[in-house]
Design a protein around this ligand. Structure first.
Ligand code: A3P
Ligand code: MG
Ligand code: MG
Length: 383
């Protein structure tokens, strides 16, 4: 009863109609013109050190060093036992680092528009979240395996969106095989082979890989009517001082199994390039450097992918994903959330949930385990 479908019909819905209770994920509903997505602007950045401490600066930014040969022979297994410090992924940081950045940089956020409006405390953005959460939204219409849970709280007119680990994801995390654990290290080892600490030095493959360390960009942009502020980890930048300003100088690093059959190439285009595209397109990172490896973790080739050329690259693939479906779904989800989460209260959480082959639904909590905005943030932002 009362189970209505939120169809992405746009602004034709009368403003008095009650919010609908679920959102369809079907691809064909989102096959229309590409929505407005403004060029993302970097409004700041921050670093997390080897102990995951926050710094309001770029101390962890690294510089890409092109491998000597096109076939470099990096051994990604090297150092897994002995020179690896792994971040504890059981610790849930929620939006804390972004919130710290916001408190340290509030003056940069208050736009003329907001300063002149009746709510001078407002941030001047509709949505605050991690880039990774938006990546999950973009890929949802094509996802068949993993669902998600997103907690949403409205404060000062801004919607904060923070992921909650699903039960299935927790079980996967706690039951990873030794092989999977090691393979998760390979991506970081590739970063160490290709990145230096400053523009004049060389990578140090003999050093320790510490996955606590991170450099994150904070960007502002607009998706249709939604003003977004989000942060995402950036692997490295172009070391040429003449390179364009961030985020255009940033480079995403990836590893993938070498492609030997047409079937593998098709799967790479249909599944992996979707995730790679979504992740880098959002913050305006223009290129990906990919290390292709064999089953023993030896890199056999390195290739560059330009984000703006990926949609061309996949066009000949049958049953392939479309960027416009990703962006329109994300846009529609944010509209859906705005229509549901109208109460402005840091104690309230609307938990949006999605499982493959289902619609997006939600439930409401007050003062629950899902509340995620810390007191130190609410105290500061409320005056
Ligand atoms: P690869 O993607 O090259 O395998 P990112 O590429 O986003 O900068 O992440 C760096 C590395 O972290 C990844 O390298 C991978 O090893 C690991 N990683 C990232 N996201 C992951 C996830 N959802 N599950 C497991 N490992 C992940
Ligand atoms: Mg990274
Ligand atoms: Mg990477």
């Amino acid at each position: 009863p009362g189970h209505k479908h939120h169809q992405p019909t746009g602004p034709s819905t009368p403003p008095s109609s009650p919010p609908t209770q679920s959102l369809s994920v079907q691809r064909q509903l989102y096959e229309r013109d590409f929505p407005l997505y403004k060029q993302p602007v970097e409004v700041g950045h921050f670093s997390l050190d080897s102990e995951r401490r926050f710094f309001n600066d770029a101390r962890q930014l690294r510089y890409y060093v092109e491998p000597e040969k096109s076939c470099p022979n990096f051994n990604l297994r090297d150092g897994y036992r002995g020179r690896f410090v792994k971040r504890d992924d059981g610790v849930k940081e929620k939006l804390d680092h972004i919130l710290r950045w916001i408190l340290a940089n509030r003056s940069k956020l208050q736009s003329k528009e907001t300063a002149a409006s009746s709510s001078p405390c407002a941030l001047g953005v509709d949505i605050v979240t991690w880039r990774g959460h938006l990546t999950k939204l973009l890929t949802t219409p094509y996802e068949t395996r993993e669902g998600w849970l997103l907690a949403v709280t409205r404060v000062g007119g801004t919607l904060y969106i923070s992921e909650v680990e699903t039960e299935a994801a927790r079980q996967d995390r706690e039951n990873r095989t030794e092989r999977h654990e090691e393979m998760m290290y390979w991506g970081y080892k590739f970063e160490q082979y290709t990145c230096a600490d400053d523009a004049r030095s060389l990578p140090d493959p003999g050093g320790v890989v510490n996955t606590n360390e991170a450099f994150c960009t904070v960007v502002q942009t607009r998706l249709a009517e939604h003003r977004l502020l989000f942060s995402g980890e950036v692997d490295c930048r172009d070391k040429d001082p003449q390179a364009p300003s961030p985020p255009a100088c940033y480079i995403e690093l990836k590893t993938s199994l070498e492609i030997s059959t047409p079937k593998q190439r098709s799967n790479f285009h249909r599944f992996k390039l979707l995730k790679w595209w979504a992740q880098s397109f959002l913050p305006g990172v223009p290129r990906i450097v990919a290390g292709f490896r064999d089953h023993d973790g030896v890199v056999v080739s390195v290739e560059t992918y330009h984000i703006s050329k990926i949609s061309q690259l996949i066009k000949n693939e049958t049953n392939c994903w479309k960027p416009t479906v990703c962006m329109n779904f994300c846009c529609e989800f944010l509209s859906f959330v705005k229509s549901i989460v109208t109460e402005d209260n840091p104690r309230d959480v609307h938990l949006f949930s999605w499982e493959p082959h289902r619609e997006v639904t939600y439930s409401i909590y007050r003062d629950s385990q899902y509340s995620f905005l810390p007191d130190w943030y609410i105290r500061e932002i409320h005056h």
